[in-house]
Design a protein around this ligand. Structure first.
Ligand code: MN
Length: 237
């Protein structure tokens, strides 16, 4: 089974790293062996560990520092986990060099975009006129808004083309998509909800499939797609 490096949250106030169960369980359920890397590791040690892995999974969390995409901080910027930012940017760049598949959820998708030279919209409600609500108060499994999946993409192969309901727990979103990435889903207000690349293998989704699997098993398919790519990578070694 492929070894999957999994990133997690970090509280600099408490000096504690932590991860929600759903991420670890989804990777395991999809046939991967998750290895959680706390942001308290140095970026060098994290990259060393990654070099023995078969894939990189970036979980959700708080806001990426705009330092990493060259913008000044928006007044509504939330908590920033700077150690984690440094670790994850280093991991994404290393994964590209190692040829490892990368899957990012929510913040993880935004980190991939920034590491590849894209930018992030720092507060949807003020920066995008006409945006719908992207921070639901409903339970995590609830299909808060629809996204339109682009036909012919890997995402369409996993979930089917056309409209699908997803959850939404973000106040930031990908703005300028990094070179080499293809938009594979958008929300009704035109925001980027998923992107991908086949070579290097990258998948990013702005919603949280891990919180929907119990009720909507099709979302496990995204983790299975990723883990099968990582398994291919591990067989080549
Ligand atoms: Mn959304």
């Amino acid at each position: 089974m492929p070894l999957i490096a999994v990133t997690c949250r970090h509280s600099h106030q408490q000096g504690v790293s932590h991860i929600q169960d759903a991420y670890v369980q989804a990777v395991e359920q999809a046939g991967g062996l998750p290895v959680v890397l706390p942001p308290s590791l140095s970026p060098a040690a994290s990259v060393d560990i990654l070099s023995r892995m078969d894939g990189l999974f970036l979980s959700g969390g708080s806001d990426l520092s705009p330092y990493f995409f060259g913008k000044p901080p928006h007044p509504r910027l939330g908590e920033v986990e700077a150690l984690r930012d440094e670790q994850e940017i280093a991991l994404v760049k290393a994964a590209l060099g190692l040829g490892l598949p990368i899957f990012g959820i929510c913040r993880g998708m935004q980190v991939i975009n920034a590491a590849l030279g894209g930018t992030i919209l720092q507060h949807i409600d003020e920066d995008r006129v006409g945006a719908i609500q992207h921070r639901q108060e409903a339970p995590g499994w609830h299909r808060h808004h629809q996204v339109e999946i682009v036909p012919g993409t890997m995402l369409a192969a996993a979930l089917g083309p056309g409209a699908i309901g997803v959850n939404s727990f973000h106040h930031q979103v990908v703005d300028q998509v990094a070179p080499g990435l293809t938009i594979s889903a958008a929300s009704p207000d035109g925001l980027v909800e998923a992107f991908e690349s086949r070579e290097p293998w990258i998948l990013g989704v702005q919603w949280h499939p891990e919180r929907m699997i119990a009720r909507y098993p099709e979302f496990l398919g995204l983790f299975e797609l990723f883990c099968s790519q990582c398994n291919n990578k591990s067989m080549q070694q």
